[in-house]
Write a protein that binds this ligand. Structure first.
Ligand SMILES: Cc1ncc(COP(=O)(O)O)c(C=O)c1O
Length: 457
């Protein structure tokens, strides 16, 4: 065990981690290069999840981005966006308005994604109050979706294991079906599937009474549950239902914005028209912790005309160093044509992953951009799911170790249907996907053989 290991185990409380894992080693990652990261023993890994869907530029732009940060630190290391403004946040907000879908002209900056989600909710509440509808307090979100862990955002998160210990939720939220076509009874026929999903939402709204609902929140491609792409017509349907019922529609793009699914914003890829977009992660390519909330001018209106003041603020929201970093990261994305790279890679990447379907535990393969998942099953023909016990063992004890030994970090998740998720940096070439597919072939084949032999007692 290295000395870093010892100190990590002594002093760190890891996020969402089983801290009884010792004496197994905690990977201590010390250095990055392109789409790879290195541990303290010199082992190299593919950054197959872009950190947590955020190292979108990989690990080789630190010096250039660092120079932008250093220049801002030398000029004005900090001032707030509380009643004052400064050039980096003004420039960044203007740039985001230029990149965002039409009408989304204004940004409230935060330090991360959960804060962005809570900012959307508070804005929605005050928007409705200003328009004489103070009863609109409830939220519609989707099962299995992750919207953050702070108590407000956690109310929208639809993953029982994240929520249960903290119930009752701070904000009354009704969860509706995710867009997992592979598991939905109507999933085989796209139009019927869309209709069934939208009908379910309508029924929930009717039951709860439309005049009590403030907003609906959904990701363009839902992460948790495994890169769930919506069926055609889904977002158009959400827009229509929300308009008809006076509900604000929030596109949570903490993952999907800044190129993850091939456009600046996920809404552009899907052609959707949300009232608000939450973002974080990829904004700075993970060179700084920063997020925000883009709002449509019609949602900002009560706050611009004196009907309300937004009663919300975060010390480091709009941090000048963070904003300078974000501007530089966006400049690099434009210069290196990162969005075009993602769009060019997508079809072949999907084909490579689809090519794994000859392995008995590979069920569904899905995703967009650089954001893919493979849902694992017990029986391909019947789609019989793995039991919780089988899924936990197979993913955590068998597959995870094997992929890691073979030099890849990605996500293995069994909180809903078990899946393996691949989301490499947006600067990756197709050769990296080829390497990933080979490592997955080895790992999934090994896992299928172990499953065939039976779960150890
Ligand atoms: C869709 C979505 N919303 C919100 C969050 C919360 O973001 P953060 O962890 O920065 O608070 C996440 C984090 O993964 C996310 O994926």
């Amino acid at each position: 065990m290295t000395e870093l290991q010892t100190r990590a185990k002594q002093h760190l409380m890891l996020h969402f981690s089983d801290m009884t894992l010792a004496p197994e080693d905690i990977p201590v990652l010390v250095r990055g290069d392109g789409c790879h990261i290195y541990d303290d023993l010199g082992n190299r890994y593919i950054d197959g999840l872009s950190g947590l869907y955020c190292t979108n530029l990989g690990h080789s732009h630190g010096e250039e981005i660092g120079a932008a940060a250093a220049a801002q630190m030398a000029t004005l290391p900090f001032t707030t966006n509380w009643t004052t403004a400064h050039p980096p946040s003004i420039d960044l907000a203007e740039k985001l308005a230029a990149l965002a879908p039409p009408g989304l002209e204004r940004t409230f900056f935060t330090s991360g994604g959960s804060e962005a989600v809570e900012s959307a909710y508070k804005l929605a509440r005050q928007y409705h109050q200003a328009n004489g509808e103070p009863e609109r307090r409830k939220v519609i979100a989707r099962r299995d979706a992750y919207h953050g862990t702070s108590l407000g955002a956690l109310s929208f998160t639809g993953i029982p294991v994240c929520r249960t210990a903290f119930e009752p939720p701070a904000i009354a939220t009704r969860h509706v079906s995710s867009t997992n076509a592979y598991r939905h009874p109507q999933g085989g026929e796209e139009a019927a599937f869309t209709r069934a999903l939208l009908d379910e939402i309508e029924q929930v709204i009717e039951f709860e009474r439309p005049e009590t609902i403030a907003m609906m929140i959904a990701e363009p491609v839902q992460n948790a549950g495994g890169s769930l792409v919506p069926p055609a017509g889904y977002w158009e349907g959400l827009r229509e239902i929300c308009d008809r019922n006076g509900i604000l529609l929030v596109s949570d793009e903490v993952i999907c914005a800044f190129g993850r699914i091939g456009e600046w914003f996920g809404a552009q890829r899907l052609g959707s028209e949300p009232d608000m977009i939450t973002f974080a992660k990829g904004l700075t390519g993970a060179h700084f912790s920063m997020g925000g909330l883009l709002m449509h001018e019609r949602v900002a209106e009560p706050f611009l005309t004196g009907k309300a003041d937004y009663l919300h603020g975060i010390t480091f929201g709009g941090h000048p160093v963070g904003a300078s970093i974000a501007l530089k990261a966006i400049e690099i994305m434009e210069r290196e044509e990162v969005l075009a790279n993602v769009r060019a890679n997508e079809p072949r990447a999907l084909e490579l992953l689809e090519g794994l379907k000859d392995i008995p535990i590979v069920g569904d393969v899905r995703g967009l951009g650089h954001f893919f998942a493979i849902e694992c099953v017990k029986d391909q023909a019947t789609r019989e799911p793995l039991t919780d016990e089988e899924a936990g063992w197979l993913l955590k004890d068998v597959l995870s170790d094997r992929l890691f030994e073979n030099g890849m970090i990605c996500r293995l998740d069994d909180r809903a249907e078990p899946f393996v998720q691949i989301a490499p940096p947006l600067v990756a070439g197709i050769d990296l996907f080829e390497e990933i597919a080979e490592i997955l072939r080895d790992g999934l084949t090994h896992a299928a053989e172990r499953l065939e032999a039976g779960v150890p007692a």
